[in-house]
Ligand binder design. Structure first.
Ligand code: UDP
Ligand code: MG
Length: 199
């Protein structure tokens, strides 16, 4: 039975974690032909996030909690989680704040089962407006000029890596990581799944 591990960095997400857990469990329960696990990496939260993910891990053997000793930042938390689930057949990476809908995970898995080793969730629309939107657009324009492996402008953390891509990612020596950039750099057979990113 293929093992899918979902890695979720968490920094002060107590408000949304109960909903995320509920929606994630529903996705897992709807696909009993797969072995599921979710690794929540707490990145030094100061709210009830730790208590929530520890309680979830105690109730459900599919859930594990990794507690970092302080706030290291999104990218470091993501890297810690990916290292933790080494051995899974595929790793789904997503944010905790419900901007990445868990209901898309089966589509990412389907693309992997169809032969893709790197699956990108690409937003159909960007909700950000004004300065924040301008910031994203400028960042991507500058970043594309600096790199020779283009990063899909409308993708972020959300996506899936098959075991060989996880292994390649894990072996990279970079300390200050930009996950979408390294994911573009490692290569492998790729696929895109579109979704509407939420507020
Ligand atoms: N996050 C984290 N450490 C941080 C900041 C954020 O682990 O220092 C987590 C956060 O809980 C969320 C994900 O990383 O699950 C993305 O963070 P955020 O939503 O702030 O990023 P944005 O949506 O603005 O790109
Ligand atoms: Mg967010």
């Amino acid at each position: 039975m293929p093992h899918i591990a979902v890695v979720i960095p968490v920094f002060n997400e107590a408000e949304v974690l109960p909903t995320l857990l509920q929606r994630l469990r529903a996705v897992f329960d709807a696909a009993p032909e797969l072995r599921w696990s979710a690794c929540f990496v707490d990145d030094g939260s100061r709210d009830a996030s730790v208590a929530l993910i520890e309680a979830a891990a105690q109730q459900d053997p599919r859930i594990t909690a990794v507690l970092l000793s302080r706030n290291f930042g999104h990218q470091a938390a993501l890297t810690a989680g990916i290292a933790q689930v080494r051995g899974a057949d595929a790793v789904v990476t997503m944010d905790a704040d419900l901007q990445d809908p868990p209901e898309l995970i089966p589509e990412l898995v389907a693309a992997w089962r169809g032969g893709a080793e790197v699956v990108l969730a690409v937003r159909r629309s960007r909700r950000e407006r004004g300065m924040r939107r301008l910031g994203f657009e400028l960042f991507h324009r500058v970043f594309q000029r600096l790199t020779d492996q283009p990063v899909e402008a409308n993708s972020g953390t959300f996506g899936l890596l098959a075991a060989p891509a996880v292994e390649a990612f894990t072996q990279l020596p970079e300390q200050h990581r930009f996950f979408p950039g390294l994911r573009a750099w490692v290569g492998f057979t790729r696929a895109v799944v579109e979704y509407d990113r939420l507020e």
